[in-house]
Design a protein around this ligand. Structure first.
Ligand SMILES: Nc1nc2c(ncn2[C@@H]2O[C@H](COP(=O)(O)OP(=O)(O)OP(=O)(O)O)[C@@H](O)[C@H]2O)c(=O)[nH]1
Ligand SMILES: [Mg+2]
Length: 450
């Protein structure tokens, strides 16, 4: 990390100000070459009024903030220049900085340096990314807990507990004569592992909920042609987003839109009506419908109240997961021909999108299905992304192996190998062990200047 990097940290366009950020051992020296004031004599943590100059020409009137190593975001010398807005000024200053020795930063390179220099751990770094992307108040709260280090502390505490267990086992093995150390018997280890398992399970459950808060829920609107799927999307979005006609097969490609239910983003996906078709375009649409059916968190399966349930619908309904499906019987204004016996045990909402909207009932059912109220009123201090959750799931598999070993009375020094793996996994979550590919994957998702 010898080189000094530069990036624009704000969105360039029609705005009052822009911020250019520079980090690296030569940052003060480089900016000094293009400033009217001598920056090398200035104290750390100061904001300084000056001009950017090229030869004798004043390029912009700016404020320059100076942060000196190690007390900066990246732990290196950092300079931030507040320039006037607009594309031409900021581009000109960027050109001057690059000409004088800066390198254009890659996306996320500032925060990657903060991580590599030990200023933040991986949970904190990922929380910054989540904060930038957060769309709801709840998502913001979770990200802030991550940035403050509260989530890392929780993981560290559990990791220390596991480490002290490992240390205790080691003492038992290496110094069997040492009387002050607690002797870890099979039964004692069972209790300890049970306690550790509970903590992992608690982290997993709450972290999954956090993920929902951060990423939202996807809801696929599925059904035969003409049942009113697009009408439902439009009604929920309160916008004529999808085309509605009485022609079967109107929707070909998916149409998406989001609503917020009790602070959770629900991403609605309207799909092509499922039927056998010879039309090539429609057929591709129907294939996509099946994909959405497979991948959505919730299925809003729409039926036409006026029609009997077809054989095709019946066999499709049989494949649906009752835990994540809401059957919507639409067109309640028309005569009912539907046999509800075929829908036993499903959550059903009856609506008419033509006359009156029973949409509040539908929204309440979505809330119930996902326990959204419970998710909302809770402690936000948990993990939230797929990488972290995947590692916790892996830990629970290892715990299961440990339990089996304990039941088989395997020697404790052999079981210790798996206990060490638990300790390693928590380290991986914190970023204490990593590989370059993982870091590239995580940090490339950041915007430039972060
Ligand atoms: N009577 C009545 N008609 C409705 C109702 N909801 C939708 N419709 C009509 O049903 C027809 C089909 O509606 P769409 O929303 O396009 O149906 P779809 O399921 O998206 O159809 P495809 O895109 O072809 O799969 C339109 O003429 C709507 O006006 C309702 O509650 N009652
Ligand atoms: Mg449609």
């Amino acid at each position: 990390m010898e080189d000094t990097i530069v990036a624009i940290a704000t969105t360039v366009g029609f705005s009052a100000l822009n911020v250019i950020r520079i980090s690296g051992q030569n940052s003060i020296e480089i900016v000094n070459k293009i400033c009217s004031k001598d920056l090398t004599k200035l104290k750390a943590n100061t904001i300084n009024y000056t001009f950017i100059i090229e030869n004798d020409e004043k390029i912009d009137e700016v404020l320059v903030s100076i942060f000196k190593s190690p007390k900066s975001f990246t732990t290196e010398d950092v300079v931030e220049i507040n320039t006037h807005g607009g594309t031409s000024t900021v581009n000109k200053i960027m050109q001057l900085l690059i000409k004088n020795g800066c390198r254009q930063a890659e996306p996320g390179e500032f925060i990657k340096r903060a991580f590599l220099n030990g200023r933040i751990d991986l949970i904190e770094a990922e929380a910054v990314s989540d904060l930038i992307n957060s769309k709801t108040e709840e998502a913001r709260k979770i990200s802030m807990k991550g940035i403050e280090g509260k989530i890392s502390n929780k993981i560290r505490t559990l990791r220390e507990e596991i480490l002290s267990l490992i240390a205790n086992i080691e003492v038992n093995i290496d110094y069997p004569e040492y009387e002050d150390a607690l002797v870890i018997t099979n039964n004692l280890l069972k209790d300890k592992i049970e306690n550790i398992k509970k903590q992992f399970e608690n982290i997993l459950e709450n972290s999954k909920n956090n993920k929902i808060i951060i990423n939202g829920i996807s809801a696929g609107i599925i059904g035969s042609p003409n049942v009113g799927k697009s009408s439902l999307l439009n009604a929920l979005l309160e916008e004529e987003k999808a085309i509605v006609t009485d022609i079967e097969g109107t929707t070909r490609d998916t149409v998406e839109g989001s609503i917020i239910i009790s602070g959770i983003e629900v991403k609605l996906i309207d799909t092509a009506g499922i039927r056998k078709t010879k039309d090539k375009v429609e057929e591709i649409g129907v294939k996509k419908s099946y994909q959405i059916l497979k991948n959505s968190d919730i299925i809003l399966f729409v039926l036409d109240n006026n029609r009997k349930i077809t054989k095709e619908e019946e066999s499709l309904i049989k494949t649906l997961d009752k835990e994540k499906t809401i059957i919507i019987i639409n067109k309640l204004d028309l005569k009912s021909n539907i046999d509800k016996n075929k829908l036993k045990d499903f959550t059903i909402v009856e609506i008419s999108l033509k006359n009156e909207n029973n949409l509040e009932t539908l929204k309440n059912k979505i809330k119930e299905l996902f326990n959204i109220e419970k998710i909302k009123n809770r402690d936000y201090t948990y993990l939230c992304n797929a990488r972290q959750i995947g590692l916790i799931e892996k830990a629970l598999i290892i715990i299961k192996e440990i339990e089996e070993e304990l039941n088989l009375n395997v020697e404790i020094d052999l079981i210790e190998i798996n206990i060490r793996r638990l300790w390693d996994i928590l380290g991986e979550i914190l970023g204490e062990s990593y590989n370059d590919e993982l870091l590239d994957e995580i940090f490339s998702k950041f915007c430039l200047g972060k």
